[in-house]
Design a protein. Structure first.
Lengths: 175, 389
């Protein structure tokens, strides 16, 4: 028995994952409202923090709100962790949004992975400006940059950065 | 176990979350629930079943030797015997196709087919495995463990004299791997990256997450504590999130913290309790004498035995996501410094104040010499398999 191939092109540590679904007739407005409500929920940022591997994700309604696209890119492979997410806030959002789509069995249904697989379409090209950086590394890099700017704002920085060991940092300090 | 959720919990071990389910212990093979004795003699054997009727006969003779987990005065006394069957083994016993198809895809494919997923590449690749591993000839495996050689022999003698409906109930999946450990290479690596014996011990402890005695770094960060290491009530009684969030005591990339991150991700979506491993491994081969840095050519390592409800969610997940990758700890390029499939360019970061230490050029210390996926039936299912005609 073969494992079904995972959809999604890779770019470094990142994978892209996109599903296209048919919205149930007359449910376009409900999809829009559900997504907007989730977007304004203060738990949204926290949920993305909890996932820790999601670079970006979007919902797009098209064809007169009869079809819905969910498009995302994240670190690693989605199917490994998808079951872990079943109890999270994000899973509730997915459940609420896709319940307006045809054939969706419900996020807790054991066949939900198959439904996503069946509706997923792999990209024919996937490019990223930073393919080797994971979400957690980018967070760390941003924290280091913030700390570095703090150092530069200190009047003692110029003298301190002249230490030979700090040469690579001094080279980054001029701009 | 396939039908019942289960948590292995030794006395004193803190568990993180979730509810406990009552286990039908009298239907579970004894070795699943009992850890091996502190000192032990053990062995494993693999068989091919050429003839269905002979296979049934063999199982019939084996079944009484497999002690029930509930039975304190089991026929095996302090020893235990486990009997497990591979997909090809179940097929050879004439298990009907409908039952065979109910097993998970990984189990049906067998371990060799999963090599890429498991990082079994290069020297660990199925092409290099010791035969019969990686072939369709591995049908039935017997593992026996006893406190000493005499009692092991007694158990084996008993075993020698002695390999649809709800067959998965109280059964478990097993991942078996013969892992060769290049102890001399490990020792050389430590020496090349240390300036004293103390530092070598410290480095080794950082890579493993425990000192030589088994004392965990989280509870004894500065030096070994043999008393703690020997105390089963305390040596697993620790968590990471509050006690060691940054890994200054036990590095996030160390062997034990990768294999079981405990509560480290309690504010993340990943559910660590869904990826726990119950292990029943046995060491094999002579110890490499202290201070020896050249390989003596002896075969040594561990028979890694995983037991669980799901090969993909537990064993394969941990192997591919946590052992051979580091995305989850923010270091995608780093692998388990002990058992990861490093190739001489491995990296391991040791958080340390004021400045982290980073080891480079890690080679592969552990090679998979072969393995297979098995199914460990419950006692009733074992009986049923033996009786089936």
């Amino acid at each position: 028995m073969e494992h079904p191939k995972r959809p999604g092109l890779k770019a470094g540590v990142m994978t892209e994952f996109t599903v296209y679904t048919n919205v149930k007739p007359g449910h376009g407005k409900a999809v829009r409202e559900t997504v907007e409500r989730a977007n304004n929920d203060p738990r949204r940022a926290e949920a993305i923090q909890e996932i820790g591997t999601l670079h970006e994700a979007r919902f797009v309604l098209f064809d007169d709100d009869t079809r819905l696209m969910f498009c995302s890119s994240f670190d690693g492979s989605w199917d490994k962790y998808i079951d872990d997410f079943a109890t999270t806030y994000i899973a509730n959002v997915f459940d609420a949004v896709f319940s307006h789509c045809e054939g969706f069995p419900g996020i807790k249904d054991p066949n939900v992975k198959d439904w996503f697989m069946a509706n997923a379409r792999e990209a024919i090209a996937f490019n990223c400006a930073y393919p080797d950086a994971s979400v957690k590394e980018i967070w760390k890099a941003l924290a280091v940059e913030k700390a570095f700017q703090e150092v530069l704002d200190n009047p003692a920085a110029e003298q301190a950065l002249k230490a030979p060991a700090l040469k690579p940092l001094l080279e980054q300090a001029a701009t | 176990m396939a039908a019942k959720s289960h948590r292995s919990s030794t006395k004193g071990e803190r568990v993180t979350q979730g509810a406990t389910t009552m286990l039908e212990v009298n239907d579970i093979q004894s070795g699943v629930l009992r850890p091996r004795p502190p000192s032990y003699a053990g062995t494993y054997m693999v068989f091919r079943i050429d003839d269905q009727a002979t296979g049934h006969e063999m199982l019939k003779r084996l079944t009484p030797a497999v002690a029930s987990a509930a039975d304190a005065t089991s026929p095996a006394g302090d020893a235990w015997v486990m009997v497990a069957l591979s997909y090809h083994g179940l097929k050879a016993l004439g298990v009907p196709p409908a039952s065979l198809e109910s097993f998970s895809p990984e189990f049906q494919q067998g371990m060799a087919a999963r090599a890429a997923e498991l990082g079994d590449v290069g020297e660990s690749g199925p092409d290099h495995w010791e035969r019969p591993f990686g072939t369709s000839d591995v049908h039935l495996a017997i593992t026996a463990i006893a406190p000493d050689r005499t009692r092991l022999e007694q158990v084996l003698e008993r075993a020698r004299q002695a390999a649809y409906r709800g067959m998965s109930r109280n059964g478990s999946y097993v991942a078996f791997r013969k892992l060769h450990q290049d102890v001399a290479a490990f020792s050389r690596y430590l020496a090349a990256h240390s300036t004293s014996t103390e530092e070598e011990e410290w480095l080794a402890a950082k890579m493993v997450g425990r000192w030589r005695s088994g004392a965990p770094l989280t509870l004894s960060p500065e030096h070994d504590n043999p008393e703690l290491g020997a105390d089963p009530k305390r040596h697993n009684d620790f968590l990471y999130y509050d006690d060691d969030p940054k890994g200054f005591k036990c590095p996030p990339g160390s062997h034990i913290r990768r294999l079981n991150p405990r509560d480290q991700f309690k504010h993340e979506a990943v559910q660590v309790n869904r990826h726990r491993l119950l292990r029943r491994g046995l060491a094999y081969g002579p110890l490499l004498p202290e201070g020896v840095r050249q390989d003596d050519g002896a075969e040594r390592g561990i028979f890694f035995i995983f037991i669980g409800a799901s090969l993909s969610r537990q064993f394969e997940f941990v192997q591919s996501e946590w052992v051979n990758q580091g995305i989850f700890i923010g270091a995608p390029g780093e692998k388990d410094p002990m058992s990861g499939s490093n190739d001489g360019t491995g990296v391991f970061t040791i958080p340390k104040q004021p400045i982290r230490q980073r080891l480079q050029g890690l080679p592969q210390f552990v090679t998979n010499r072969g393995g297979e996926y098995f199914f460990l039936p419950g006692m009733r299912a074992l009986q049923w398999l033996a009786d089936a005609r």
